[in-house]
Ligand binder design. Structure first.
Ligand SMILES: Cc1cc2nc3c(=O)[nH]c(=O)nc-3n(C[C@H](O)[C@H](O)[C@H](O)COP(=O)(O)O)c2cc1C
Length: 202
């Protein structure tokens, strides 16, 4: 089985990078495969052009899809599952990933007479500086889940999961305290992602 990891963080000096690496290690150790789009390293352009806007706005299923968008769409249709890994920025994904959806989820691919395959699974692994209680208290966690699961992924994957690694802000002592435990969790999530075999490191 193969998962497409869409990773979006501006810096390797981050918890999110370690979490992404741990998840991928789990995938590989369980005998599965992955492909990766590291949106910052690729220099993915999140800005929708006017031509792309008009194509979507007028529901035109024309073949003029930009090559960088087409490459992402082909990756999606070549895998069984997708994983999105990112830090929460202002109760959303980083702008680069939001723009990835604007462009890659094009008319005729992700909606309309869509050619996007139905994925077996989709998972979101995100890090949040704030404690989960604070995100829950203001309804922010719900809104993040609704946008990702109820809109972007809705009807595009049979199973969906949204996981938050909270308290990851550098001023929070729990960042360091929970570091190893959180990376182990991410590893195990990758290892059991396709529910195969036993986890040797559990
Ligand atoms: C521009 C920006 C916006 C952020 N917005 C939020 C937010 O809305 N909620 C939250 O819990 N954390 C927020 N954070 C904190 C990040 O989610 C947190 O720093 C990150 O997950 C820490 O992990 P890292 O080491 O991978 O960057 C924000 C951070 C930045 C830089």
């Amino acid at each position: 089985m193969k998962v497409f990891v869409v990773y979006c963080h501006p810096s390797d000096d981050s918890f999110t990078k370690h979490m992404c690496d741990a998840f991928i290690k789990g995938i590989v150790d369980s005998g599965n495969e992955y492909i990766l789009s590291d949106l910052y390293k690729m220099g993915f352009d999140p800005t929708m052009t006017e031509q792309e806007y008009l194509r979507d706005a007028y529901y035109r299923n024309t073949p003029d899809i930009a090559s960088d968008v087409l490459a992402e769409q082909q990756k999606i249709n070549s895998v069984d599952a997708i994983a999105f890994i990112y830090p929460v920025f202002w109760t959303e994904a980083p702008a680069k990933l939001v723009g990835w959806f604007d462009r890659v989820w094009s008319y005729g691919f992700a909606y309309g007479e869509k050619t996007m395959k139905m994925l077996d699974k989709a998972i979101i692994l995100c890090s949040a500086g704030n404690p989960i209680e604070q995100l829950e208290q203001f309804g922010l966690l719900d809104s993040m889940k609704k946008v990702m699961l109820g809109d972007r992924l809705f009807g595009r994957a049979r199973e969906m999961e949204f996981i938050v690694y909270d308290n990851t802000s550098r001023e929070n002592e729990l960042r360091e305290k929970n570091w190893d435990m959180n990376l182990q969790k991410a590893y195990e999530k990758g290892y059991s992602f396709f529910d195969q075999g036993e986890n040797p490191e559990a």
